[in-house]
Design a protein around this ligand. Structure first.
Ligand code: MEV
Length: 339
């Protein structure tokens, strides 16, 4: 085991938007997910404090290392810093040699809005920790991050972690393997928040109950969602933006039938559509959260300024093709086999 006396690692991972197939993907359906150019960045440093400290702006979480146990870690489960704490404590024994760690976070991804902040946190921190543990390849980062995500919400499909690790637009297929979709046209999405935070776990449980109560209805909806994914993959490859927009709106109607939309979401969608968006839907777990709208790429500034008049709080999202990025700054003594 190598001990880094003065370790300083920067790691960042992108958030995502789910274009098609959320919720159904938990039950083996395909989904199409895109990593976006909004990142969570983590700086991980060794410290001599005998504690793990995680900071994000004014927020701070400190756990003395002698209190690392499942019970204590769970008391932080409502904090948005929890995924990072969970990932570190999961591998704490493997790290072996650190008396403490300091983690600082910067984020461009609003949390609890379906934009993959939890997955990006897990991927970024597992990237940093993986580089210490010689497990820094993308396959291992994806596996360890999605394992941690499953501890946060047990039915996690892993789709969000996949997008965050690899970047790009992905056809995520739990049973038959994932592929990147090559897109000819530049895609521009508007993301707007309802400011209603959700817990993915609660919405996944709500859908599970609906599925158990009404399996036939669920199957019909899941079959439609699958067909939408097939058509959307073709539309993406052919650069058929109008069809893509229509399919986004169609997918949203399925999510309404799953009862995971919200009046505020539907209101935003109506505004976007009336202002010239090609298609809109909620993204991620729903119950509030964020809405995505596809802009026509020939007149997007016209449509954008029309939408801005009505929805001031907008984020313009382009796609990210990089995924996880880790930089290790070993700027001092590297001590081997001392502890
Ligand atoms: C959450 O971003 C997407 C869901 O499909 C859950 C999952 O895939 O784990 C709702």
């Amino acid at each position: 085991m190598t001990n880094y006396h003065d370790l300083n690692i920067n790691s960042s991972a992108p958030g995502k938007i789910t274009l098609f197939g959320e919720h159904f993907v938990v039950y083996g359906n395909p989904a199409i997910i895109a990593a976006i150019n909004k990142r969570i960045s983590i700086t991980l440093k060794s410290s001599v404090t005998n504690s793990i400290t995680i900071r994000f702006g004014e927020e701070k979480l400190t756990l003395p290392t002698f209190r690392i146990n499942t019970h204590t870690v769970e008391t932080f489960s409502n904090s948005f810093l929890y995924p990072i704490l969970k990932c570190i404590t999961n591998v704490w024994e493997d790290l072996g040699c650190f008396s403490g760690l300091e983690v600082s976070i910067e984020s461009q991804i609003p949390y609890g809005e379906g934009l993959g902040s939890s997955a990006a946190s897990c991927v970024a921190i597992m990237g940093a920790l993986g580089s210490i543990l010689n497990k820094g390849d993308k396959t291992t980062i994806f596996e360890s991050a999605s394992q941690a995500e499953r501890m946060i919400h047990e039915n996690s499909s892993g789709a969000d972690c996949y997008a965050s690790t690899y970047g790009g637009i992905l056809l995520f297929r739990p049973s038959s393997g994932n592929t990147r979709i090559k897109v000819e046209e530049k895609l521009l999405f508007l993301v707007s928040s309802t400011c209603i935070k959700h817990k993915t776990r609660d919405l996944v449980t709500k859908v599970k109950k609906l599925k158990e109560k009404n399996p036939t209805v669920f199957k019909e909806l899941a079959d439609s969602a699958k067909n939408i994914c097939v058509d959307a993959k073709r539309a993406l490859k052919e650069g058929d933006q109008q069809t893509l927009g229509n399919l986004l709106t169609e997918n949203h109607k399925l999510l309404q039938k799953l009862h995971v939309s919200h009046p505020k979401v539907d209101e935003l969608i109506e505004t976007f559509m009336k202002s010239g968006a090609l298609g809109c839907k909620l993204t991620g777990a729903g119950g509030g959260g964020a809405v995505i709208a596809l802009l026509p790429n020939n007149d997007n500034y016209e449509t954008l300024s029309e939408i801005r008049k009505k929805v001031p709080d907008l984020m313009l999202a382009e796609l990210d093709y990089t995924g996880i990025q880790v930089v290790q700054n070993l700027n001092s003594e590297k001590i081997s086999n001392r502890l």
